[in-house]
Design a protein around this ligand. Structure first.
Ligand code: N01
Length: 541
């Protein structure tokens, strides 16, 4: 079908499809649907494309999936013409890539920037979504695709006086576009997650002094980042079709060859050797050391102890090393961090680690931070305090479905979806990498492409069949929610107070949100559902 069919409708205010967000997901979704003749408008709160990579401009920000795999696979030409320069690309390079994609596929003309969607209501009478921007502009669409990102709704520390500080305050997830100069500054950093672990070494090299307030230490593995050898890049480019397929058919969306054995069956020496090898490979590959590492507590204990031994090697002061060593949760059940010189930063004279587990922050004042044990004065504060992950961006939009109930209300006890793609009571609404899909437990680009392709095929199917409505059934949703929880319970993941489970946001229900079944299994499940006449969905005119 081509433009001019029942769905190719656009008069400037009504579209076949409205997409919210112009990051990796929104850009590709626009490209696919527009190519197929759908009228599409993207709304983006930021002033440019990039999503996560537009906002997270803090020093040291880079991906933790190798660049050659953290990229689109849909265009062989794009794959060949773009050349990544480092093993793990830094934020400016990833943002340039996405800007290049926007230009190359002429996407900007259908994106409205600096526009935040405030509400999206399904109108039962017309069978369409009515959306309103924060500025009061109204548009309507047959389908609405939320490409709002899993880690886009930032979270500031819930401590008294959070707005009281008189000096500059920066959140890593909303970093200014201009460079921030910390020279001569006394800087306080709250948080020790991935964003802190990436930014602290940079801040410490510039600032006069840095005090890091740590509530929970994280496990981190070195990135061993390096410039990419042109010969390696050429090899990757020559083998991209097979490499991409390996990613799609993998558990986590990046290429791994060979089946790891189990730590349970390995001897002490074999374990040490395997951990050592994986450590030397660097990054998230460490978690692939043994097949049972995230399932068997004993296997995990061995891996956790190996990582703690590395902290002791890297940090000179044994007391600081002990404080930086996680012991309250199994490694990998909070997102494993990938660092460049994080632990070594604590060997610097101008860096101090403060344990706020034993002496919590009581107040942020005009001049600094007061804990139960001491008062600290700063010129600048950095909040590396993370996100209201997976549901925050969706809950901040007033999304109302058929029953007059908002998505936020429906998700009060935790997110419920079918495949992390669709929600009962919310017809014609699609979530890209929503809760209930592999999303944050995978290479996001692989998962995004899979969702976009699935949604696109679905919309083409509806158009071809002259249908205009699709909705997940309550039963299918219930079954999927049960499956997601059961798979999580089979692993060690629920043992950590992580953002995967909503533990980082006060009052957020504790529901394990991503689907751990693996991108390979999940893809097969989605494909089977589509092939089976969209089993679990009700389709209508
Ligand atoms: O956020 P986080 P992030 N008082 O939630 C602390 C991805 N990412 O932005 O653990 C004191 O991990 C909090 O302490 P606790 C990646 O998936 C990827 O760093 O709640 N402290 C924690 O230490 C990652 O997992 C990359 O006890 C408070 C920190 O703040 C996800 O984004 C780079 C506090 C928040 O850590 C989020 O990472 C960056 C309070 N009131 C991010 N509130 C790559 O490498 C929170 N904290 C690609």
């Amino acid at each position: 079908m081509t433009p001019g069919s029942r769905d190719a409708r656009s008069d400037g205010a009504s579209f076949d499809v409205v997409i919210v967000g112009a990051g990796f997901a929104g850009l590709y979704q626009l490209h696919r649907l527009r190519d197929l003749g759908f009228s599409v408008r993207v709304f983006e709160a930021g002033g440019g494309v990039g999503g996560t990579w537009y906002w997270n401009r803090y020093p040291g920000a880079r991906c933790d999936i190798e660049s050659v795999d953290y990229s689109y696979s849909f265009s062989p030409e794009l794959e060949q013409e773009w050349t990544w320069t480092e093993r793990y690309a830094a934020q400016p390079e990833i943002l340039s890539y996405l800007e290049h994609v926007a230009d190359r596929f002429d996407l900007r003309r259908d994106i409205q920037f600096d526009t935040r969607i405030a509400s999206a209501h399904f109108d039962e009478a017309t069978g369409r979504w009515a959306l309103e921007t924060e500025a009061g502009e109204s548009v309507s669409a047959t389908y609405c695709v939320m490409a709002t990102g899993c880690l886009s709704s930032t979270k500031v520390p819930e401590v008294p006086g959070v707005d009281a500080f008189a000096g500059p305050t920066f959140h890593t997830g909303r970093w200014p576009h201009e460079p921030v100069d910390f020279t001569g500054q006394r800087v306080g950093v709250i948080g020790t997650g991935s964003s802190a672990i990436q930014s602290i070494p940079h801040i410490a090299r510039q600032a006069e002094s840095v005090v890091i307030f740590q509530r929970t230490p994280n496990f981190s593995v070195p990135a061993w980042n390096h410039p990419l050898d042109p010969e390696y890049v050429a090899e990757v480019k020559a083998s991209y079709p097979e490499r991409r397929e390996l990613c799609r058919q993998s558990q986590a969306g990046f290429p791994i060859t060979g089946e790891p054995g189990t730590a349970r069956e390995a001897s002490e020496e074999e374990r040490a050797e395997q951990f050592g090898e994986k450590w030397q490979e660097g990054g998230l590959r460490f978690l692939g050391a043994f097949a049972d590492l995230l399932i068997d507590p004993e296997a995990n204990d061995a891996a956790s102890e190996f990582l703690r031994s590395k902290i002791r090697e890297r940090v000179e002061d044994p007391e600081v090393a002990a404080l930086l060593s996680p012991s309250a949760y199994p490694c990998g059940t909070k997102r494993l961090c990938v660092d460049i010189g994080y632990y070594e930063t604590f060997n610097r004279d101008n860096v101090t680690l403060v344990d706020i587990r034993s002496a919590p922050i009581e107040e942020i004042t005009k001049t600094g931070v007061v804990t139960a044990a001491a008062t600290y004065e700063f010129d600048t504060l950095v909040f590396a305090t993370g996100f209201d992950a997976m549901t925050g961006a969706l809950s901040s939009i007033d999304i109302v479905g058929t029953g007059g109930r908002s998505l936020k209300e429906k998700w009060q006890e935790g997110p419920r979806s079918y495949l992390g793609l669709a929600v009962a009571e919310f017809p014609n609404l699609f979530l890209i990498t929503g809760p209930g899909s592999p999303s944050v437990l995978s290479n996001m680009v692989v998962s995004i492409e899979q969702h976009v392709d699935w949604i696109t095929d679905c919309l083409v199917h509806l158009r071809t069949a002259d249908l205009g409505r699709i909705e997940a059934t309550e039963e299918a949703e219930e079954e999927w929610v049960t499956l997601v929880a059961a798979v999580a319970d089979f692993t060690l993941f629920p043992r950590a107070n992580s953002w995967y489970i909503g533990a980082n946001v006060e009052g957020k229900p504790r529901v394990f949100m991503p689907y751990i079944g693996g991108v390979n299994t999940y893809r097969a499940q989605c494909d089977e559902i589509a092939a089976n006449d969209y089993a679990g969905f009700s389709l209508g005119a």
